[in-house]
Write a protein that binds this ligand. Structure first.
Ligand code: NAP
Length: 256
């Protein structure tokens, strides 16, 4: 039965339209931004914490691959997976590739992509792992200025330890440091405030990115239900409007 609503509107005032959080990395590390201070060449490293996990294999590594294939990562870019599991980049590749579409069309490029990836094993709550990771990152920098993006594909229980250690042991580079935190950002307003206070004690707000892949997903999935509604209420709703009112311009976020 067709809806009798008279009008539908859908507005968006956001410049941040993406189907993946790693779009953020593209915007913030796009080719051409790999020069710092106009003099020194910079390299970029994307560190995926929780590289052994579900999100990493289904979303983060596949999206980084798509960005690489389409030339959206900086020229000098490395990707480092970090987790406690006994893994290697070969194992991460095996776990990830089932989630990569059309990989046969770009076999050679895919080989090159995996060559810019490496893996470091270590804990989230002990200095030792971060010191090893820092050594690996410094090797990759090869005396260039190095920008570092830390992607926390981790359960929230690990956020505090991980960010504290990132600040203490991985932020002594000359380039920028940015931290991407996955939702949920706490389980209620008090735990959310606690996490925010912790993060802001370590990093400037402009270096922090909070990601929710599925923000509004349930609402959007229910649009059809809402539009039709129970037949008895159908005459009561005249129009529906959806306003996506995030005006934040991610690509204009200043460097730190
Ligand atoms: N999966 C998704 O599609 C999805 C979608 C949206 C948002 N998220 C969010 O993304 C984050 C990661 O999700 P995920 O599904 O990848 O999580 P996950 O697979 O449960 O965890 C990621 C990795 O973190 C480590 N880990 C897990 N539990 C831990 C614990 N209690 N203490 C220390 N380390 C632990 C494990 O690595 P090691 O043991 O090897 O260190 C694990 O492989 C979560 O905040 C989740 O809410 C996930």
């Amino acid at each position: 039965m067709a809806s009798r609503k008279e009008s539908w509107t859908f507005k968006t005032s956001s410049t941040f339209a993406t189907d993946s959080s790693v779009e953020l990395c593209r915007l913030q590390t796009r080719p051409g931004q790999d020069q710092v201070c106009g003099m020194e060449a910079a390299s970029t490293v994307i560190v995926v914490f929780g590289a052994s996990g579900d999100l990493a294999k289904k979303k983060i590594f596949p999206t980084l691959w798509y960005l690489y294939k389409d030339g959206h990562l900086p020229k000098c870019c490395h990707i480092v997976g970090y987790a406690r599991s006994d893994l290697s980049i070969t194992k991460i590749r095996e776990k990830t590739e089932p989630f990569i579409k059309n990989k046969d069309e770009a076999k050679e490029t895919l080989e090159k992509f995996w060559k810019i990836c490496s893996y470091v094993k270590g804990p989230y709550n002990e200095k030792s792992g971060y010191v090893s990771l820092n050594t690996e990152l410094n090797k990759l920098a090869d005396k260039c200025v190095q920008n570092r993006l830390f992607y926390l594909a981790l359960p929230p229980s690990v956020f505090v330890d991980a960010t504290q250690n990132i600040k203490e042991h991985l932020s002594d580079n000359k380039g920028w440091n940015r931290v991407v935190v996955e939702k949920p950002f706490g389980k209620d307003s008090s735990s959310s405030a606690q996490l925010s206070n912790h993060l802001s004690s370590l990093f400037k707000e402009k270096s922090l990115y909070r990601i929710d892949h599925y923000l509004g997903k349930e609402m959007v999935q229910n649009i059809m239900v809402l539009s039709r509604g129970p037949s008895e209420s159908d005459d009561l709703v005249k129009s529906m409007g959806f306003i996506y009112s995030d005006t934040y311009q991610w690509d204009k976020k200043p460097n730190n």
